[in-house]
Structure formats: C-alpha cells, structure tokens
Design a protein. Sequence first.
Length: 276
Amino acid sequence: MTKPNPIRPDIPPEDHIFVDDVRKSFGSTKVLKGITLHLRRKETAVIIGGSGAGKTTLLRLLIGLEQPTTGHIWVDGEDMAYLDEVQMNKMRRKFGMVFQYAALLDSLTVLDNVAFPLHEHRASLGAKAIKEKVVSMLNLLGLENKENRMPSELSGGQRKRVGLARALMLEPEILIYDEPTSGLDPLTSRMVDDLIEETRSRFGITSVVISHDMASTFRIAHQAFLVVQGQVIAQGKPDELAHGDNEEARAFIEASGVNTDNVSRVTDKKKQNTAA
Ligand SMILES: Nc1ncnc2c1ncn2[C@@H]1O[C@H](COP(=O)(O)OP(=O)(O)OP(=O)(O)O)[C@@H](O)[C@H]1O
Ligand SMILES: [Mg+2]
C-alpha cells in the first residue's frame, strides 16, 4: 500500500535526518512555522530555545508520534510520511528516546527497568548476559550497586541516569534526549555530557538533544539550532552562534549566564571545560 514518494529533494549523503520545511498547527495555532534541519550522521545536534518555542513538538514529529501539517521528514533518505505500518515500525527501532522525566516503572527494580527493552527485544541474550549488560551500563553512569533499588529510593538525578541507561540498551542509531541534564547538579550534568559524547563516538550514534543547559550545549554540540516561535532563527557551531552576526542568538546565549568562552566540545582538549 506504499504510496509513491513525492519528488525526492537533493538530500546530502551526510544527513541522517532531513527536516524539510515542516509546519505544524494545532487547530488555528501555528506552532512550527517552516523548520528545515540537516541533522548529520554520527553528530550531536542540540536544539535550544525558550519555553513554548516548539522544541518538544518538533521532537514528537521526529519520532513519528505526530505528523507534520505540511513538509516532510526524511530519515536515511526515506520520507516518514510514506511508510506503511511495517516500514514505520522498522523506522521507529532506529530511534531511542531519553525522556525529560525518566518515565520509570515504579513497581520494578532499577535492574528490571533497564533490562526491560532487552527482555522485550533481545530475549535470546539470556538472563545472565542481560544482567551483565545492565550492571555495566549502570556502573558507567555512576549507579554502582543500585540495581536492586526501587525507583522511589533514588534521587531525581539518579532516576534520570536510569532512564538514560534504559534508552541505551538497544543501541539505537539515533538517540533523542529531551533535556537530559535538567534537574542535575553541575558535576552530574557534565558526566551526562561525557556519556552522550562517549555513546555517540563509541557506537556511531546520531544524537538530537533538546537543552536549556548552555554549558552542556557547548560541550556536546557539533551543531546548535536556536528555535524561536516555531522557526530556526540561527544555526551553526555553538561558538558561531555566540560570536556570529545574529543578535538574538548572541543575546540568548549570553542570557544563560554561562561563560561559553571557557567551554568547548568534550573532545577538544585545547580549552579547559571549566564554565560549569
Ligand atoms: N497538542 C497540542 N495542542 C495544542 N497546542 C499545543 C499542543 N502541543 C503543543 N502545543 C503548543 O505549542 C507550543 C509549543 O509547545 P512545545 O511543547 O513544543 O514547546 P517547547 O519548546 O518544548 O517548550 P518547553 O521548553 O517549555 O518544553 C506551546 O504554545 C503549546 O501550548
Ligand atoms: Mg518541551
């Protein structure tokens, strides 16, 4: 039942996701007003913007929870609007999602929460290997000896890290993070930044991060996109936004209060990452 694709635009091969002039309205409210994004393979794109700008709406379109009112989203050169049910399920498996609030199952231990996707999709690994995989990820995230705890026994930051561990279990090609560092102390936030970067480089993951944390943006972003009232008003390397011609972008970054001149991408050892 696959409908024919519209004429395929010229998508650069490095684009993992190409958001092509996407608009989204709810009734008469225009939330996204023509968003175009080139999200490059194996890089980290950070979407920044004030409250109500449309970031979560964009994220819901990316993972196929909602459809654009007009415009197209291409993933690996495929237009999401023209996938049948089977193709759409295959597409969804490319994505992992780290929710803003960890969305843990309160009646399950940390181990069972993180193991959940493995039991659902990788049961053939066996219980022992699944437990090892979970424990090693928990250790990596600073959650040593927490596997038998219940979510209610954890701090907000620890719950968030459990949610991150769970999203990483199926090793998705694309990981979407909704505010991964919000509510975490600066030290834990920097650990999460390191983890996002390490995950990206180790597994070759494309990361899309929604963030209010400017230090984090400077540490992890290859590209940053500033969304204001449903439009991308500036994009580029964080440094280019902080020092470029776009006054609104400069003001937005300055208003964060972070001295971004002291922060650079985690793999760039030339500058010290001391702004947190
Ligand atoms: N299902 C919906 N129906 C009607 N309006 C909606 C719906 N979803 C979002 N909106 C509106 O779209 C606008 C953007 O919302 P969105 O959640 O995308 O913002 P955001 O950038 O994620 O903000 P925040 O930083 O506060 O999370 C808001 O004005 C919101 O009220
Ligand atoms: Mg939001």
